[in-house]
Write a protein that binds this ligand. Structure first.
Ligand code: FPP
Ligand code: MG
Length: 300
């Protein structure tokens, strides 16, 4: 199987995991459950669960709990997109080629659909404890829970989002340091969570987990710069969401600071370093390496 066939197969497997954990719309809470399912089933790249599973494969076997964390991280990612698109934040009507959740279900339901997904994510991850067989499984699950909470919260994605919102205010002077903080937290933190949780659940040692954390940081920052490049160079048809959104929101990005060409070189350098870290492990995962490299050529 070539890379694209493997990617399709593996993405399909992630879809099945998500479908298995997604709650069914029923009862008086039907509407919020429908909105949650609408947002999750919009079919993104499923990059975070994929990265989690492929990083785990780099270090060996995991217990049954891995799939709980794969679903949980995609639920958290999806909640963050629902909230990010809201009129109070980025005010975007399209995402992944479809109308955003608040456009379809209204702002009120979209807010609680995000809340619902965030809570349900932890409920789902906690199910991994029930799958633990050995004391090691149990301890690794506990460590994974800590990583998830930390990296998704105020010392991770939420913190990055806070700085990002401040950076949009005209009175804020955005420095390169602040911009890097935003990228490292808003985007890279969740990718770090995905990859380090995979490593931890597969029993990687502390040093290896630290290297994976560094690798994921590079991937996350490269990914975000690429996102900002596409916002300038792509189209609604290719990207599935409106372009020029950063300029509309007066957002100072790496691209605005350094230009498209320098930004592209930076993406390549960061991705190169990330792949270098992966290649240095005794066990190689060619699929994972290609997946990371593909971020350079990502067009949506
Ligand atoms: C696109 O991911 C998403 C990003 C580049 C990250 C943006 C981060 C936020 C919007 C954080 C918001 C935080 C809060 C607390 C509201 P992707 O290209 O993987 O999307 P896909 O899943 O659609 O493919
Ligand atoms: Mg946005």
């Amino acid at each position: 199987m070539n890379f694209n066939e493997q990617l399709e197969k593996k993405t399909g497997e992630v879809e099945s995991v998500l479908a298995a954990y997604l709650p069914k719309p029923e009862g008086f809470q039907s509407k919020v459950l429908e909105a949650m399912a609408y947002a999750v089933s919009a079919g993104g790249k499923r990059l975070r669960p994929l990265l989690m599973r492929e990083t785990a494969a780099l270090f060996g076997e995991t217990g049954e709990g891995l799939s709980c964390f794969m679903a949980a991280i995609e639920f958290i990612h999806t909640y963050s997109l629902i909230h990010d698109d809201l009129p109070a934040l980025d005010n975007d009507d399209y995402r992944r080629g479809r109308k955003t959740t608040h456009v379809v279900y209204g702002e009120d339901i979209a807010v609680i659909a995000g809340d619902g997904l965030l809570n349900y994510a932890y409920e789902t991850a906690l199910r991994a404890f029930g799958r633990a067989v050995t004391i090691e499984d149990y301890q690794r699950t506990e460590q994974a829970m800590h990583i998830l909470g930390r990296k998704a919260g105020v010392y991770g994605m939420v913190g990055g989002q806070c700085a990002d919102l401040l950076a949009e205010k005209p009175e804020t002077e955005v420095t390169e340091e602040m911009l890097l903080y935003i990228h490292k937290n808003k985007t890279a933190a969740l990718i770090q969570a995905a990859m380090t949780i995979g490593a931890v659940l597969a029993g990687a040692d502390e040093k290896a987990v630290a290297q994976i954390e560094r690798c994921a940081e590079n991937i996350g920052v490269a990914f975000q710069i690429q996102d900002d490049i596409l916002d300038v160079t792509s189209t609604l048809e290719v990207l599935g969401k409106p372009t020029g959104s950063d300029e509309k929101n007066h957002k100072l990005t790496y691209v605005a600071m350094h230009g498209v060409e320098a930004s592209k070189r930076q993406v390549e350098a960061l991705s190169g370093e990330a792949v270098g870290i992966l290649q240095a492990f005794p066990h190689r995962n060619a699929f994972l390496e290609t997946l990371v490299e593909q971020l350079i050529y990502r067009e949506k």
